[in-house]
Design a binder for this molecule. Structure first.
Ligand code: SF4
Length: 142
């Protein structure tokens, strides 16, 4: 079970691309990526050892605060966030954001699909790479 995750940054903004463009969202960017795209614009994310391991509960508290300020969903990005097992993160998010009868906050993820899916998502943005294609199993989840 993963209780700590390497966090590069968190921010509340408008989704800037895709179907949900313009919607208020809270982003968490997890460190670590070994996909090695030559065009990568977040190479600083590759080495997760450069970032602190943050307790999941602390990350979830930030998500709850952002929701109170109007974030309509969470976006988990990276790096390649699915290098990490996100089962525990998603379980705690669902539990903590559904207290008082609320619907849990929707969870989106941005991934290259090179790893198995862990966690549960309302929206998956798959960004496949020719040199490191997504797992076949991944397409069945979409
Ligand atoms: S998968 Fe994303 S973060 Fe990783 S190297 Fe490619 S573009 Fe960069």
């Amino acid at each position: 079970m993963t209780n700590f995750l390497p966090l590069i940054e968190k921010f509340h903004s408008l989704q800037g691309e895709g179907f949900h463009t313009g919607k208020s969202a809270f982003f968490i960017r997890l460190a670590g990526c070994n996909v090695g795209c030559s065009w990568c614009d977040t190479k600083h994310s590759w080495n997760q050892k450069n970032y602190p391991l943050i307790p999941i509960e602390k990350i979830v508290n930030e998500i709850k605060k952002a929701r109170k300020k109007g974030a309509s969903f969470l976006v988990i990005t990276g790096g390649e966030p699915l290098h990490h097992n996100l089962d525990n993160l998603c379980q705690i998010i669902n539990k903590e954001t559904s207290r008082g009868g609320m619907d849990p906050i929707k969870i989106h993820i941005e991934t290259s699909g090179v790893n198995k899916i862990s966690g549960n998502y309302d929206w998956i943005t798959l960004s496949p790479k020719r040199h490191s294609p997504p797992q076949h199993l991944f397409f069945r989840e979409l």
